[in-house]
Design a protein around this ligand. Sequence first.
Ligand code: SF4
Ligand code: SF4
Length: 297
Amino acid sequence: MGWKLPDCIGSKVPRSSLAPLPVEEWSYSQQFEWAGTVTEMNDRKPNNVMLDDANISPGIALNWQPPQLWGEPLRKWASARAHVSAITSLALAEPTPRQPILLANEVAQGASYAMDRSPQKDCRACAAGCPGCCRVMVAVTVPEILAVVDYVRRECEAEVVDVIQQRATETAEQTEGMDRNQYAAQQLPCALLSSDDCCMTYPARPIRCRGWCSLSVERCHECFLAGSVDQTVPLDAHAYAVGQGAADGLSSGIAAAGLDDTFYELNSALARALDVPDAADQWIRGEPVFADCNRYG
Ligand code: SF4
Ligand code: SF4
C-alpha cells in the first residue's frame, strides 16, 4: 500500500541479552493457548528486574505489586485487580466521557508495572523497530481504544491522524469476517505502526500488546513474518499472564457496569473511534457505537 509515516514516537524496550541461561537454578515451564496454537515456555532463571517506574503513581504501584504467583493464579490476580478498577471507575453516578480513558490508562499502567516485575524481564528479545508481532489480530476493549485515540489526537499531527484513520478503515474492511489465523496470513501492519516498525502509541498501547513479550526474536520472525500462527514462540510467562488477566478483568468489570464489554479487533475499533467524535460519550451512555465493528476471534 506504500504508506509513509514519520519516525516512531515511542519505542519498545531495549533488546536484552539472549545468552543461554542455566536452567538448573530456576525452572519455569508453562503452556499457553494463543491464536490457535500452543505457545511453549523456555526454562529461564530469574534475572535482576530492571524497573522503569517514573510515570507510575504510588497508588497504582501499590495496587499492582504482583504476588509470588505464576500462571493461572497470577492471571486471576491481575483479572481481579482490573475488574475492581473498572467497576470502581464506571460506577460513578454520572461518569464523564473521560472516565473510560482514565480507566484504560490506569489498568494498562498497572499491568505494565506488574509485568515489569517479571523474573524473565531481562530475557525479553523485544526492541524498537522489530517487525512481526504488530501484524496480527489484537483484541481491545472500548476504553483501551478510546485511550489510544486520546493519545494519538494529543501527540500526532493532523495529517498523521488522517493516515492512521485511513489505514485502520482499509484494514478493517479488508479483514472483515476473518478469524485470527486468516488475519495473520494477510501480513497487514497495525494502523498504529510507523514506517520504521515502531508503535506510534507506545505509552498508550493496549494491554494485550504490553503482555506479548517474546524471548526469541528468531522464533517470532519465523512465525509472524511467515504469516503463520502454527509455530510456537517462547514468551515471558509472567507478563503474558498479567496481560491476559488484566484485559479479561477490564472486560468483566465493564460488563458489571452494564456497558459494552466486547473484545473488538484493534483496527476496526480504532477506525470507529476516530470516525465518531463523541464515541466515548455514546459508549458511556450505553449506546451501541462500536456494535458493528469487527470482533476479535
Ligand atoms: S514480540 Fe517478537 S516480533 Fe514483537 S517486538 Fe518482541 S521479538 Fe519482535
Ligand atoms: S498498538 Fe502498537 S504495539 Fe499494539 S499492535 Fe499496534 S503498533 Fe503494535
